[in-house]
Design a protein around this ligand. Structure first.
Ligand code: ADP
Length: 449
């Protein structure tokens, strides 16, 4: 990485990671300049923070000043083919992602976690389990705290559990995690990859491209696309599977989870020790067990960590139980695959709140499961009609004007033992600022019942 001290470095995109990167540049003695396309109102928090930090910035467009730098740090929200990046490339300016930049200043061991779904849950769980084993582990990435924000606090011998998106991976060069973990690859964000699953999947493979023989790669054996797109790598592979026994990795057997190294059993716990609900979370937990055992963490600490981890907010989060009806907030389910897992997580009949800003969803994948387990769908948002048209021949569907109305209608019709589940399969931007906002409105509506 180029010398930062005394040099100008531009940062494109003023979301959490952009602001984090700018602060890191400043702490390293460089001269950061942040440029964001959005109007001031949209990046209000960032503007506030940058003013406090006395970091120069512009918003509402990119001026020529952006190019007065030999290096540009690109936030994950900025598309690779955007004009500003094209211009920078044409001028020969080096472009790196925020994790690539921060990586060069990391003294600890990085567990980098990627996948289409489950990144945040697994990254938090990994941090929790490692800490419970007595190893100081920082949790960062696209998860509330940018890697750049914490990287200088990480000491040698400590760990970083790092959530990594494919956008971040697109612009890495030397990023080399001690362990890389790929949870799953299913269609999402394809608009950023020329609508090609191949391109999206290839981007995820970059997570291990710089690994060497001392590093580890943890893979979901059950995910066809994870296995199919795997390319040559020098790191040692471990696998996790819900279906088949593994000689090097973690698997499910009877009601127990087992980890083997070289065919020898090194860890065993009951499924009931894993506190988070659903098969997908069992898989997430198994991936974390692999990571913990690879670094030889003690079994008792791992089990304690698994037992004491609660679901992350907005991911199958139990909000409240009223007269025997559970209300569950899964606002983070922004694609069809995660709704499939959400529905699979309950034995109870489900009243499902579905819809929002459509991302080209194909509901065929969940149709049979919905018919089997969902009593009624409450369709919301700009895709409500699409949801109605797809399902109404097979399942009762009602279009609702708002999320609050959907909650009220569902609560009127729910019977003891039912689950009212917000798992929308869509982005939230048609009605809300983001998925957190959607989840918050859902919880408020539930708490008013
Ligand atoms: P990400 O950070 O990758 O978006 P989250 O942990 O925030 O992942 O979960 C996103 C959604 O996907 C939630 O609805 C969650 O219940 C669901 N989910 C979590 N883990 C998995 C998994 N392994 N496979 C499929 N869906 C999952």
């Amino acid at each position: 990485m180029m010398e930062v001290k005394g040099n100008k470095i531009s940062i494109i995109g003023a979301a959490r990671s952009g602001v984090g990167a700018a602060k890191l540049v400043k702490r390293l003695g460089g001269i950061p300049f942040v440029s964001d396309f959005s109007p001031k109102e949209k990046i209000f928090d960032a503007v506030n923070q940058l003013e406090i930090e006395k970091i120069n910035f512009e918003f509402g467009g990119h001026s020529e000043r952006v190019y007065e730098s030999a290096l540009i740090i690109v936030s994950p929200g900025v598309p690779n083919d955007s004009q500003v990046l094209q211009n920078a490339r044409a001028k020969g300016i080096k472009l790196v992602s925020e994790i690539e930049f921060a990586y060069h200043y990391c003294k600890g061991k990085i567990i980098a976690i990627t996948g289409t779904n489950g990144k945040t849950t697994t990254t938090s769980l990994c941090g929790h389990v490692f800490n419970s084993c007595g190893y100081k582990t920082h949790v960062a990435g696209n998860i509330g705290v940018a890697f750049s924000e914490i990287v200088l606090d990480v000491k040698e011998g400590e760990f970083v559990s790092l959530e990594v998106s494919s956008f971040q991976l697109d612009l890495i060069e030397n990023f080399k995690p001690a362990a890389a973990l790929i949870l799953n690859i299913t269609p999402d964000h394809l608009n950023r990859y020329e609508n090609s699953l191949d391109k999206y999947a290839e981007s995820k493979q970059r997570i291990y491209m710089n690994q060497d023989g001392k590093d580890f790669l943890i893979l979901n054996k059950d995910s066809q696309s994870v296995m199919k797109y795997l390319t040559e790598h020098k790191s040692k592979s471990f696998f996790f599977s819900l279906n088949e026994e593994q000689e090097e990795g973690c698997f499910y057997s009877g009601n127990e989870v087992v980890f083997k190294l070289n065919g020898d059993e090194k860890f065993r716990c009951s499924r009931n020790d894993i506190n988070i609900r659903g098969e997908h979370n069992l898989a997430n937990a198994m991936s974390v067990i692999c990571a913990a055992k690879i670094f030889n963490h003690e079994n008792a600490g791992i089990v304690k960590g698994l037992q004491t981890f609660d679901s992350v907010e907005h991911r199958l989060e139990l909000v409240r139980e009223i007269k025997g009806v559970k209300y569950v907030n899964d606002s983070k389910a922004t694609n069809v695959d995660s709704v499939w897992y959400a529905i699979k997580s309950f034995d109870e009949p489900i009243l499902l709140i579905l819809g929002g800003q459509d991302k080209g969803n194909d509901y065929e994948q969940i149709k049979d499961l919905v018919i089997q387990k969902v009593k009624k769908i409450y369709a919301i948002g700009s895709s409500a009609e699409k949801v109605f048209n797809f399902f109404h021949n097979d399942v009762k569907v009602e279009i609702e004007k708002s999320l609050e109305d959907a909650v009220k209608s569902a609560s009127r019709e729910a019977r003891k033992g039912d689950v009212v589940l917000l798992s929308p399969a869509c982005a939230s931007f048609d009605m809300f600022n983001n998925y957190e906002h959607r989840g918050k409105i859902f919880k408020e509506a539930v708490n008013k019942l």
